[in-house]
Ligand binder design. Structure first.
Ligand code: AMP
Length: 283
């Protein structure tokens, strides 16, 4: 596996593959890799000629400096995992390489409410940062297919919309959330849970599953109220939001009406670790 940290070198490495008409699959990450990331790598390998992974802890998408400082980093182990899963190239630039002199590219895309609800509301500027970095990475690596996890459902919708608005020649592919045996969605942030917190973390997915089960038999407001209460029965949990929304627009649903394509999404603090998860309803 080729390891590259400079933009110029990455473009040079990609160029001959593009010339040959090879399909480049791309998996953007922030590292501290786990099976969730590796599943994306393996899917990319199946569907493309070349697979590239990026590791970049993108400072401009963190609204909380403490979260950025505590974000786990383990590039040596990450590179080993990527290599053994057949990744062809790892692009891991420094911050100065991506944003020289601390300057970030302009981002003037209008997403309407899509980037303002839920994660957009509680992490102001987060999606602006995500869009800046993904757009820049697409520009450097020219992927045919780019792989994103449904674990970050709103991010997947924002990137899909960005592709449509800019008319980018890349397919955005959403991949199912990979979970631990007890149902907890795999996340680099899980490493920050204490042993006690890790043991109870399954509650988030359990409540989401129960909401899926109750489904449209229960009014939306009642489901949301029940879910909030149920998660917070254990005082170590604090729900930031629990929302039921249309899948593509992520506009909150107030009553079921004709809506058949919904998703339940939540962000929960367990101790001081912020976890997000979601399940699609009625699929
Ligand atoms: P991150 O490193 O957290 O920015 O994640 C990089 C990519 O991996 C994003 O597209 C995430 O949605 C995806 N991802 C992270 N965790 C999981 C998971 N448990 N299952 C599926 N995809 C995931």
């Amino acid at each position: 596996m080729k390891e590259i940290s400079k933009i110029k070198e990455a473009k040079l490495w990609i160029k001959p593959h593009l010339k040959k008409g090879l399909r480049i699959g791309f998996v953007p990450t922030m590292g501290a890799l786990h099976e969730g990331h590796l599943r994306l790598i393996r899917q990319s390998k199946q569907e493309n000629d070349i697979t590239v992974c990026s590791i970049f802890v993108n400072p401009v998408q963190f609204n909380n400096p403490d979260d950025l400082a505590k974000y786990p980093r383990n590039i040596v182990q990450d590179a080993r995992m990527l290599k053994s899963n057949g990744c062809d190239m790892l692009f891991s630039p420094e911050v100065e390489e991506m944003y020289p002199d601390g300057k970030t590219p302009n981002n003037d895309i209008e997403f309407g409410m899509l980037d303002k609800v839920m994660e957009g509301k509680f992490r102001p500027g987060h999606f602006k940062g995500v869009v800046i970095v993904v757009r820049k990475l697409f520009d450097i690596l020219s992927p045919s297919n780019a792989y994103f996890g449904k674990k970050d459902y709103q991010q997947l919708m924002v990137i899909t919309r960005m592709k449509e608005i800019l008319g980018l020649p890349v397919n955005i592919i959403g991949c199912e959330t990979v979970r631990e045996d007890d149902g907890l969605a795999m996340s680099s942030r899980n490493l920050r849970l204490t042993i006690g917190e890790r043991q109870v973390a399954r509650r988030i997915f359990e409540v989401l599953c129960k909401v899926r089960e109750k489904g449209s038999k229960t009014p939306v407001w009642e489901l949301k109220e029940w879910a909030n209460k149920k998660i917070q029965e254990d005082s170590r949990f604090r729900v930031e939001y629990f929302e039921i929304a249309e899948r593509e627009t992520l506009m909150p649903i107030e009553n079921w009406g004709q809506k058949t394509q919904a998703v339940a999404l939540t962000a929960v603090y367990l101790g001081d670790v912020r976890l997000i998860d979601n399940v699609e309803l009625f699929s």
